[in-house]
Ligand binder design. Structure first.
Ligand code: HAM
Length: 441
């Protein structure tokens, strides 16, 4: 019987794993540049952690189960509740701000489709303890830095920013009752999933039509001029004026941090998760066919809800699947091949033990070293070296007996020279890529 991976799950063969590691390295480099520290948590949590504040959407997509002790558990569908729980447990002893990131595997029982799987990885970044727009700006700048790092510019991806309080005040001005705002956000979050405005309007009007007609809400959402929205917000009382002032400062910080070219204001962004309280943002590929590449926002109440002190918080997560799809779509996926530093070739079977000793010595110098398990002709071994992407080949042959030397061949330039084997055993410099003679000083 042939058993395949379950639907929506992936096998990672070396080619796929190379892409994963390339992406994870970029995630780690950018996190470090922004002074975030890496943490991790458990693969499953108490079901209640997600029921508290992630919202119905995500709870209906949980892989949940009972352990033998009858506990209700769920595989993590996102990282934010775990990170907030961990922060709450040590809130009093951690110097503020706390800036943490994770790279972790998630599961959601979604219907598998392009860019949407049941198991995926997320790069998740969270900042705790800073209420002002500077933390929001740094988060968004970090997302922009990652996009730049992997070769995606503002023409490829944009970051759409809005604010839940601003959206709430505009919706309420249209007649949506405060207690119905969460439902209205859910509907807006799904707006782009409808085939037409008419379908959206039918769904909205059935539940929220008595508060505000869908046609008015759609007209409101089409107002994407940031100035017009901020002006309306400013005239909507003290809270509105505060939000508008924060958004203006956010824009200034984004400019100073070099991320403004990616960003634009978009009232349609409200985000699906229930815990968001302020700034919200999503990164989308320009073609707009894929789901969001990344999304996040401010969630100033979650830590307290999980038993910690009141703690302002903001974060975002980027999945691995959507970004991979987008890079493929734009033909920007990196071409990654296996790369060994050295391939050791024995030109004389009697010298194979010496070749093997050299392999061990080179590996001790942290070089990636391959050799053929089968004794074969030198030309065949050169082919194997090339197939494994080796940068250098070392040929151990008669020269070793005669003069204690071996031939080192640079497989990129074809340059070949004799080197003392005793030196190779302790000094990896023979395998440093040579400076390009055509390059300037
Ligand atoms: P989210 O929007 O649910 O937010 O997910 C963030 C990103 O994870 C999405 O934009 C997408 O790239 C990826 N993603 C989500 N579900 C799937 C799936 N089924 N298959 C493939 N990729 C997926 C959160 O998870 C929040 N915790 C983000 C956050 C952090 N908010 C504050 N801090």
């Amino acid at each position: 019987m042939k058993i395949q991976a379950p639907p929506g799950m992936r096998d990672f063969y070396p080619e796929e794993m190379r892409f994963q590691n390339w992406l994870f390295d970029a995630w780690r480099r950018v996190s470090r540049a922004f002074a975030f520290e890496e943490i991790d948590g458990p693969i499953f949590e108490h079901l209640d952690l997600y029921k508290k504040k992630s919202g119905e959407g995500i709870v209906s997509e949980l892989f949940s189960f009972q352990d033998r002790g009858g506990r209700e558990l769920a595989i993590r569908p996102e990282m934010t509740p775990t990170v907030a729980r961990m922060l709450a447990a040590r809130a009093s002893s951690l110097p503020r701000p706390v800036k943490w990131f994770t790279i972790a595997r998630m599961c959601r029982a979604e219907k598998p489709q392009r860019g949407r799987l049941r198991e995926f990885f997320q790069w998740n970044c969270e900042t705790f303890g800073e209420a002002g727009p500077l933390a929001d700006a740094e988060q968004i700048a970090m997302l922009a830095a990652l996009l730049r790092e992997i070769g995606l510019g503002p023409d490829d991806v944009n970051i759409r920013i809005s604010h839940r309080a601003l959206a709430a005040s505009l919706l309420q001005a249209e007649g949506v009752r405060p207690e119905r705002t969460a439902l209205a956000f859910q509907k807006l979050d799904r707006l782009e999933k409808w085939d037409s405005d008419a379908d959206f309007a039918r769904d909205w009007n059935a539940q929220l039509g008595a508060d505000a007609r869908a046609e008015r809400v759609l007209a409101l959402l089409r107002e994407t001029s940031e100035e017009a929205c901020l002006a309306r917000c400013e005239s909507a009382g003290e809270e509105g004026a505060r939000v508008a002032a924060d958004l203006r400062r956010l824009r200034e910080h984004l400019d100073a941090l070099g991320a403004a070219d990616y960003c634009r204001f978009d009232l349609r962004i409200v985000r699906g998760l229930a815990y968001y309280t302020g700034t919200v943002f999503e990164a989308h590929g320009r073609s707009g066919e894929l789901r969001a590449v990344a999304g996040g926002g401010r969630y100033d109440e979650l830590v307290e809800l999980l038993g910690g002190p009141p703690t302002p918080a903001i974060g975002f997560a980027m999945g691995d699947c959507v970004i991979a799809e987008l890079l493929r779509e734009l033909d920007r996926a990196p071409r990654l091949a296996e790369s060994l530093d050295v391939y050791v070739i024995d030109a004389d079977e009697a010298l194979f033990p010496d070749a093997l000793r050299l392999v061990a010595d080179l590996r001790r110098q942290r070089l990636a070293v391959g050799f053929s398990y089968k004794r074969a002709a030198v030309s065949k071994q050169f082919k194997l070296a090339a197939a494994r992407g080796a940068r250098f080949a070392v040929v151990v042959g008669q020269e070793l007996r005669a003069a204690g030397q071996a031939q080192v061949k640079d497989l990129t330039t074809g340059e070949q020279r004799s080197v003392r084997v005793a030196d190779l055993r302790t000094d990896a410099r023979a395998f440093a890529p040579r400076p390009d003679p055509k390059a300037g000083p």
